[in-house]
Design a protein around this ligand. Structure first.
Ligand code: NDP
Length: 254
């Protein structure tokens, strides 16, 4: 990926699905990042597809990076900071997410709360906890512009959270999920406004409708989605901070 030179990155929900695909693609780059932190909430759990030392690299799994638990997030930030020594973190990809494919009538307070906590509050807390490391990376990069190679937060959102496209409504209503992603889009905008002065780019990114445990017979493979997203990441600059894009680089209406 010509325009993407990342020294360090962290992906949440990296044990399977799109998160695992992202880590694998970064590992396969001709010049892979020096530090790839794979955030897994149960690094030793049955569903963990990625472990410390995979692909022959020094791949630290940041312990139980449970994005709904502030103590776990704080511990993960401390661990990443230790590994990085004095340097900063270039890229934080908030990928972990959950969905409950319910109808509007069957949504509950518990569903709304659980999904909002994971999909929206998680990325907020991750951004807060990792901001000092992101700032450090931005300060260590020359130039005044913004880029993913310098310092960035990428929130993996969904077109399901767009008010303008009621994508797949007939198949999955999943109102709690749609609301959580619409709120994640607003969070991404707020982060872009607050963190621009620190040199940190922030975008919301829809990965496509992807063949993972979450999707049901979707058209896009994990490989194609990740390749597309990495191409988009390589092209981002200050013009795009605070926008909502998809894996092919198209702007998605809020
Ligand atoms: P998967 O269900 O395959 O994977 C979800 C990942 O998130 C798993 O690694 C899971 O860990 C992790 N996760 C869930 N809750 C938490 C938590 N509280 N703390 C830490 N990790 C957690 O989903 P996808 O890979 O498909 O989705 C990745 C992202 O892409 C999500 O944000 C999703 O909303 C978004 N997206 C996906 C689309 C698709 O078609 N697949 C479409 C649009 C958006 P564990 O194994 O422990 O459960």
């Amino acid at each position: 990926m010509a325009g993407l030179h990342v020294r360090s990155l962290l992906v949440t929900g990296a044990n399977r699905g799109i998160g695992l695909g992202l880590v694998q693609h970064f590992l396969r780059m001709p010049n892979p990042p020096q530090w790839i932190f794979a955030g897994c909430r149960s690094p030793k759990g049955q569903r963990a597809g990625l472990h410390h030392g995979d692909a022959g690299s020094d791949l630290p799994c940041v312990g139980s990076a449970e994005v709904t638990n502030p103590a776990s997030i704080k511990a993960a930030a401390a661990k990443v900071g230790e590994h990085l020594g004095g340097s900063g973190l270039n890229l934080l990809i908030n990928n972990a997410g959950i969905i409950k494919p319910k109808t509007l009538d069957s949504e509950t307070l518990e569903d709304m709360t659980e999904i909002y906590t994971t999909n929206t509050a998680g990325p907020l807390l991750m951004g807060q906890a990792f901001l000092p490391l992101l700032k450090k990376a931005a300060q260590g990069s020359p130039g005044s512009g913004l880029s993913c190679s310098k310092a960035a937060i990428i929130n993996i959102s969904s077109i399901g959270g767009s008010f303008s496209s009621f994508f797949t409504w007939d198949v999955i209503q999943a109102t709690s999920y749609r609301c959580s992603k619409a709120a994640l889009n607003m969070l991404s905008k707020c982060q872009s406004l607050a963190y621009r002065e620190h040199g940190v780019l922030c975008v919301a990114l829809h990965p496509g409708w992807v063949q993972t445990d979450m999707g049901s017979s979707p058209p896009v493979t994990v490989d194609d989605s990740v390749q597309g997203m990495l191409k988009v990441l390589s092209s981002l600059s200050e013009k795009e901070t605070g926008t909502f894009l998809d894996w092919e680089g198209n702007v998605i209406p809020w």
